[in-house]
Design a protein around this ligand. Structure first.
Ligand code: BDR
Ligand code: CA
Length: 313
């Protein structure tokens, strides 16, 4: 059993990722922490509780985290994820209550409890993870691994930014937090836009029609979450479910080690994740790679898992 804790900003694809994780028999979801990003912290927390309640999950602590990035103002993405953050899905007000701990408290407790058997999966901006590292820098050695959805590394034909030409949203929303995390020495796998925007890993309009045709309670929720974005963009990038899938089954993806720096000051390049792609033999003052960057995915297997675990076919 792989123990995981999910740090998230639900968010449409975050909601899909939570459903994926909570329906994965090889994974024990030990906690969920929420962070400002796609929506405010308050909405992120409520949406996480709504999804757990929809699935009938009890006993998984859900803890609220940062209401703003470390140094900057929040810049939520309601134009993508909708006013509530869950697209066209309407779920009742949750009766489940949040945990009494803060996100940082819950992360540190779970690292203490499971140590190297715990994988942190961060699918929103890295504010909570950086805050936990600032409180307890030993976290970097004590946890098994951190898998993030984040970055655009320019290592595949799809590795461009989404929020700017070069920056991916989660890194761009809190670049200082991302820098702390990338420089911390934590074993880090990054599932970035290089793979999540590969058309082979997207939810196509045909797949949406298939989901709509199923008519089950879960398929209706998934369709309501995805419909607007599939129609607007001709398909939906499954960023966060792919990161969760890679955390649960690392054989699904191929990674390559890179030295990566996060840009925190550039006028045009804020939030860019710069992977050093030079031939290491020609690099003066070589550094040890700090990130395993995901470079390809078994797309057929991933889509099969998505349909099985998220949609429930
Ligand atoms: C990431 O940003 C958010 O919009 C998504 O939830 C995903 O985590 C993609 O850049
Ligand atoms: Ca997200």
């Amino acid at each position: 059993m792989r123990h995981i804790l999910i740090d998230t900003d639900p968010g449409i694809d975050d909601a899909l990722a939570l459903i994926f994780a909570l329906n994965s028999p090889e994974a024990g979801v030990e906690g969920v922490t929420t962070v400002v990003g796609n929506v405010t912290q308050e909405k992120a927390l409520k949406n996480a509780l709504k999804i757990l309640e929809f699935l009938g999950v009890e006993g998984v602590p859900v803890a609220p985290g940062s209401t703003r990035p470390l140094l900057r103002e929040p810049r939520v993405a309601e134009e993508i994820h909708g006013k509530t953050g869950l697209g066209g899905a309407v779920l009742p007000e949750p009766r489940l209550r949040p945990d009494e701990r803060s996100a940082v408290g819950l992360i540190l407790d779970k690292v203490e409890e499971f140590g190297r058997d715990l994988t942190l999966v961060a699918i929103g901006p890295l504010t909570n993870i950086a805050s936990a590292l600032l409180v307890e820098p030993r976290l970097a050695e004590e946890v098994g691994r951190l898998v993030i959805m984040g970055g655009a590394f320019h290592v595949t034909p799809y590795g461009f930014g989404n929020v700017t030409p070069v920056a991916e949203f989660n890194i761009w929303h809190d670049p200082e937090a991302a820098k702390i995390v990338f420089d911390s020495g934590i074993p880090l796998t990054a599932v970035g836009l290089d793979v999540t925007t590969d058309p082979r890993n997207r939810l196509s309009p045909e797949a949406l029609r298939e989901i709509e045709g199923l008519g089950t309670r879960r398929a209706c929720l998934v369709a309501d979450l995805c419909r607007d974005l599939v129609h607007r963009f001709g398909g939906l990038n499954l960023h966060d479910p792919l990161a969760v899938a890679a955390a649960i089954d690392p054989r699904l993806v191929r990674t390559k080690p890179y030295v990566v720096d996060v840009e925190t000051r550039g006028e045009l390049t804020l939030g860019m994740t710069i992977a050093d792609r030079r031939d290491p033999r020609r690099v003066w003052r070589r550094r040890e790679p700090n990130v395993d960057v995901c470079v390809s995915v078994d797309g057929d297997r991933f889509m099969e898992l998505f349909m099985e675990r998220v949609v429930g076919v």
